[in-house]
Design a protein around this ligand. Structure first.
Ligand SMILES: [Zn+2]
Length: 264
């Protein structure tokens, strides 16, 4: 992808909202007991991210859409049973999220699962007018807040990865400055066999990768054990996007109180 790390250190990006003097990294580590050892979150950048920053052995699994209640349920159980950290990008129009909200809420409250905005109904935002783009984002924001208590995720993942300067600006205005793309994939945009899924995982589960997958088709639910083995074999540690990029408020809270700050 051409974006690379271009969005990571935009010199023109405004600083995060003023919250007093900068907090030293060591202090942040001390007050983020539920985060990931050895990982101190940095502020979410304004612009596109499509890989984890810097050197490390982290893997960010991000799971989109949620057309299937059964598949979302399987992901929630997998997370709970395995301790794997992951980020979901739900479309609120799918009942799967409401159906699995109790299980997901406890994972969100512990910080093991993070949430980002993937729009309400999964349109190509670049084909919509400004008001429609804003409505798609805002409606899903309300859904994330009412369903999961998530009110301050900086992340928007545009459906189909389709975005431009205009849609990015609207997203930023609505509280999502960080456009969360990916540089690895389970290749499950279409229906795959379990063997094809594992081939994709072997190709893409590498250090500092953001992998995109989908809670749509059941094949992925049959290979959880193999995915865990692959992660262990390669010495990777799973992180949420919020473990990596957090607002000052989130960092101080250690991602334990996702509902206590409102940014719009
Ligand atoms: Zn999607």
């Amino acid at each position: 992808m051409a974006h690379g790390a271009a969005g990571l250190g935009d010199p023109l990006a405004p600083p995060p909202a003023p919250v007093g003097p900068p907090v030293p990294a060591s202090a942040l580590e001390a007050v983020a007991p539920r985060g990931v050892p050895g990982l101190v979150p940095v502020p979410p950048p304004v612009g596109v991210v499509d890989a984890l920053p810097g050197e490390g052995t982290f893997l960010a699994l991000s799971i989109d859409d949620g057309t299937s209640t059964e598949v979302v349920a399987a992901f929630a159980r997998f997370a709970k049973d395995s301790g794997v950290r992951m980020t979901f990008f739900p479309n609120g129009r799918y009942a799967s999220w409401q159906d699995n909200a109790p299980q997901l809420r406890s994972l969100i409250e512990s910080g093991q699962v993070a949430m980002g905005n993937h729009t309400w109904s999964h349109p190509d935002l670049t084909t919509l007018g400004d008001l429609e783009v804003a409505e798609e984002i805002r409606r899903n924001q309300e859904f994330l807040a009412t369903t999961f208590g998530v009110r301050d995720s900086p992340f928007l993942r545009p459906p189909f990865g389709a975005h431009d300067e205009r849609t990015d600006r609207i997203a930023a205005d609505l509280g999502h400055p960080t456009i969360a793309m990916w540089n690895g994939t389970l290749e499950d945009f279409r229906v795959l066999t379990p063997e094809e899924l594992m081939a994709a995982a072997r190709r893409w589960f590498t250090p500092q990768t953001i992998v995109v997958g989908h809670a749509n088709h059941p094949a992925v639910t049959t290979v959880y054990e193999e995915l865990l083995e692959l992660i262990a074999e390669r010495g990777l540690r799973t992180v949420t996007l919020a473990d990596v990029w957090a607002t000052p408020g989130q960092r101080i809270r250690g991602a334990t109180a996702p509902g206590s700050v409102t940014t719009g």
